[in-house]
Design a protein around this ligand. Structure first.
Ligand code: HPA
Length: 273
């Protein structure tokens, strides 16, 4: 079966469950960030495992549900838990969920993630609003996966992260006293954290934060014309800058601390974006 046929099956399954709910804004929650989703009305929750063709989320801290609902008149869908390349999913399968969102009607995508920071102005607890990225995964979900139904094969990434959305996010963050700044995300495959030398190299390359997700989703979304906002929460300084060894437990612990601020931010963004 082609990916398009598989996605059409997923979409018709979802449409039956939601009675053709048409979400405008999608949010993907990163590690430990699922609890920050604002309360939605007319909520319908569909576990990933029930959706034909959907992947399963296997990482602790990533629950696997699609949640549909309204927030103050805006139709929202939340991908509670994401899929990572390091879980062993073939890179092109990472396109399935994003292309499904597109076919459901999504126009704006908010990707959230936990990241390590190489920028001393972005300490743990800070928000990096992504202005660009460097794809150091050395792979791409669009390779061998072209279907004109999802946009052109060759497309421009001068502005991968929507400028208006970035401005709205920075203004909202300031209003609720989150330390936030724009920055560049560098994507690694993981699952290991980086070495100190890698972090120094990435810093020289112009990266501010590093993580193991985001970029595949953004590439797929931009190809099919979805506007993207990247919200990267710093959970630790990068390896070698951090005084303690890095761990996934630390990531989850740190996200607990920003949970309520992130929820406040999303309550503003769901209305203003
Ligand atoms: N590196 C990569 N991914 C991460 C990090 C990190 O330091 N922290 C949270 N996610």
């Amino acid at each position: 079966m082609t990916q398009l046929a598989l996605i059409k099956k997923a979409v018709s399954f979802i449409n039956k469950k939601t009675k053709n709910f048409k979400p405008e804004i999608a949010l993907i929650t990163g590690s430990g960030l699922a609890a920050s989703v604002p309360a939605l009305t007319r909520k319908v929750t569909i576990p990933y495992k029930d959706i034909p063709g959907f992947l399963r989320s296997t990482v602790p801290g990533h629950t696997g549900n699609l949640i549909f609902g309204m927030y103050q008149g805006r139709p929202i869908v939340v991908m509670q838990g994401r899929f990572h390349y390091y879980e062993g999913h073939p890179m092109k399968d990472l396109a399935i969920s994003i292309r499904t969102l597109k076919m459901l009607g999504v126009q704006k995508l908010l990707v959230s993630a936990a990241v390590g920071s190489m920028n001393m102005k972005l300490k743990p607890g800070s928000l990096c609003v992504l202005k660009d990225h460097i794809n150091f995964m050395c792979n791409n979900p669009l390779i061998g996966n072209h279907d004109p139904a999802f946009g052109p094969m060759f497309f421009d990434l001068t502005v991968a992260y929507n400028k208006d959305m970035r401005k709205t996010a920075l203004t909202a963050a300031k209003k609720i006293k989150i330390n936030a700044a724009e920055g560049v995300y560098l994507a690694v495959t993981g699952p290991n954290f980086e070495t100190p030398s890698e972090i120094q190299l990435f810093k020289k390359w112009g990266a501010d934060v590093v993580g193991m997700s985001v970029v595949p989703e953004v590439l797929v979304a931009r190809q099919c014309g979805i506007d993207v906002l990247g919200l990267a929460w710093v959970t630790n300084m990068g390896c070698g800058i951090s005084k303690t060894p890095l761990s996934h437990e630390e990531t989850i612990q740190e996200t607990k601390k920003i949970e309520s601020k992130f929820k406040e931010l999303l309550e503003i963004l769901f209305v203003k974006l």
